[in-house]
Design a binder for this molecule. Structure first.
Ligand code: UDP
Length: 401
């Protein structure tokens, strides 16, 4: 199923008893209003999960709404700068940028309806909306990025807003900052019933993968990622070449077209140069809605690689684990909370380490199967939307229960 899911559809998929827990958590919250605010309705992990979570909250009788902060093109340029500098980029964040951000925020306050028992503000873009907070409502700031080493100027601009919330939520402890308000940890999640993760008949897998030009006569190594330097696709090719000295296999690097991202286009050009003339390296450019093809590729892969050198949470790892794939991944960001080293896959720190782990796994089909099974169970208990739903219900009980 990839349309709107009902709670009962997760029976037999979510861990046993977890749906009962969800229904119990929802008792006493009936009719409470829960508003989410972010900066886009389409594209990106935050929007993707909100589309799936909100109907489930409604189903347990929490009245949910979703508002989007919009602004002129300068606003998006500024919020991108805020995003990058909060994650440590050494770029200026000027008073002019601060003014555009505050102007867009003031403008949004004129037309957004921010009335709700609990308001969850996602990421820095709408953070200053706390200026419009109504008496008696509770506000939570949900941060989806790594705040451990922000550029001081940007953080000192944003922090006074964040301090006015009733709590802040981070993906993992390593991304959090010390704040004088309660801080919570909630991992993101994947939806096992979405098009990207739903069960898929092996014939459909084969049909889709063949249509992408990927042969299935040899083991397949796969990385699905934006063409971004921190995802290290060139490192993946180097690791593949080391593996290939001793084991026959092919490599698939699948990512978006990067047409609107100059840095991505540059990385893609270098990847293509590196792969040129090697028929066993397949660089696939997929449209943004190629969810079923990504699903098929992940299911067809012998080993999934996510050799990031810097990462947010790394949802591609959760997606692969849910499909029972062993994952060899960089020991960074949220990846270390997903891959149990030596049990569901391997955490690696270098090209050589990646090649070594992949080589060993290729030579050990039984070990791969065991790891894949354990990966799926780990994902079932920790990385599914039903767990996320329970986390949000707990947040509601804590603040407006
Ligand atoms: N993804 C996609 N098409 C692509 C590359 C990635 O749909 O060409 C998806 C991928 O399946 C995952 C998400 O985008 O669901 C990427 O999330 P992740 O947390 O791994 O990385 P991010 O891109 O947010 O850094």
């Amino acid at each position: 199923m990839s349309g709107e899911a009902r709670l009962a559809d997760y029976e037999g998929i979510a861990p046993a008893g977890s749906l009962r827990l969800v229904r119990h958590l929802a008792q006493g919250l009936s009719g409470r209003t829960f508003l989410h605010v972010n900066s886009t309705r389409q594209g990106g992990g935050v929007a993707e999960i909100l589309h799936r979570l909100l109907p489930l909250l409604e189903e347990v009788d929490v009245r949910t709404r979703w508002e989007v902060i919009a602004g002129p093109p300068e606003f998006y340029a500024v919020t991108k700068r805020i995003h990058n500098t909060l994650q440590g980029a050494d770029l200026p964040f000027t008073p002019g940028m601060q003014d555009s951000y505050l102007d867009a925020s003031r403008e949004a306050l004129r037309h957004l309806d921010l009335e709700a028992d609990l308001v969850m503000i996602h990421d820095p873009q709408p953070a200053a909306l706390v200026d419009g907070r109504k008496e008696g409502t509770r506000w939570i700031w949900r941060c989806h990025i790594d705040l451990s080493r922000p550029q001081r100027g940007t953080w000192s601009f944003l922090e006074p807003f964040v301090r006015r919330y009733d709590g802040a939520v981070f993906h993992i402890a390593a991304f959090a900052r010390r704040l004088p308000i309660p801080c919570y940890l909630i991992h993101p999640s994947i939806d096992p019933l979405s098009e990207k993760n739903r069960d898929m008949d092996p014939r459909e897998v084969e049909r889709r993968v063949s249509a992408l030009g990927v042969p299935l006569d040899r083991p397949v190594l796969l990385q699905v990622s934006r063409f971004d330097p921190f995802k290290d696709p060139l490192g993946v090719i180097r690791a593949f070449r080391l593996v290939r000295k001793v084991r026959d296999c092919i490599l698939v690097l699948a990512g978006g077209s990067a047409a609107d991202d100059p840095e991505g286009a540059e990385v893609l050009a270098r990847v293509r140069e590196e792969a040129a003339g090697d028929p066993d390296v397949h660089v696939l450019l997929l449209p943004s809605d190629a969810h079923a093809d990504i699903n098929a590729l992940q299911r067809a892969a012998t080993i999934v690689i996510q050799k990031s050198t810097r990462e947010g949470f790394g949802l591609t790892v959760a997606e692969a684990m849910w499909k029972g794939r062993p994952v060899v991944a960089g020991a960074v960001g949220g990846i270390v909370k997903q891959v149990l080293d030596g049990i569901t896959g391997h955490l690696v720190h270098s090209v050589e380490g990646c090649a070594y782990a992949v080589r060993r796994l290729l030579g050990d089909p039984e070990g791969r199967r065991t790891m894949g099974r354990l990966a799926k169970e780990h994902a079932r208990h920790n990385l599914l939307i039903t767990r996320h739903l329970a986390d949000y219900l707990q947040m509601l009980r804590l603040h407006v229960g």
